[in-house]
Design a protein around this ligand. Sequence first.
Ligand code: HEC
Length: 133
Amino acid sequence: MKKIALLGVALGAALLVAGGASAADGKKVFNKCKSCHSLEVGKNKVGPYLNGMIGRTAGSVDGFKYSKILVEAGAQGLVWDEQNLVQYLENPQKFLKAYVTEKGGKASGRSKMSFRLKKSDDAVAVIDYINSQ
Ligand code: HEC
């Protein structure tokens, strides 16, 4: 009986470790972005390429036709960092609207990115992954 209980504890711990690792696997999370974004400089798809996005002004990739609201946020000074990217990925519409409105802008239209990442853990992991590429 004792042995079985011990085995249960060990199995539980192993599952916890496996769960933690997959939650932090940015490469896996990036599979969700791949259909729309590449990590190759200059290669835009449905969305702009993402290399070097940390420290970049929002809406500033050459040759990509952004939504009005994302360009406006960039013009108001939005520069991507880890913190605002997590908020953006969790809810692009809500984040951009709040940003532009707070700066006194009109927040017209919607971001073209209709995708949302529900878990902030996933957002942090995928940002780290993109940043390491
Ligand atoms: C269904 C397609 C789609 C998916 C999936 C998607 N995106 Fe996007 N993304 C877009 C589009 C389109 C834009 C341009 C948004 C705009 O113009 O408002 C964008 C914009 C962005 C921007 C702003 C880029 C800039 O130059 O300012 C970032 C950062 C971003 N996406 C990251 C991600 C990440 C990370 C994922 C995966 C977790 C992801 N996106 C998934 C379509 C997508």
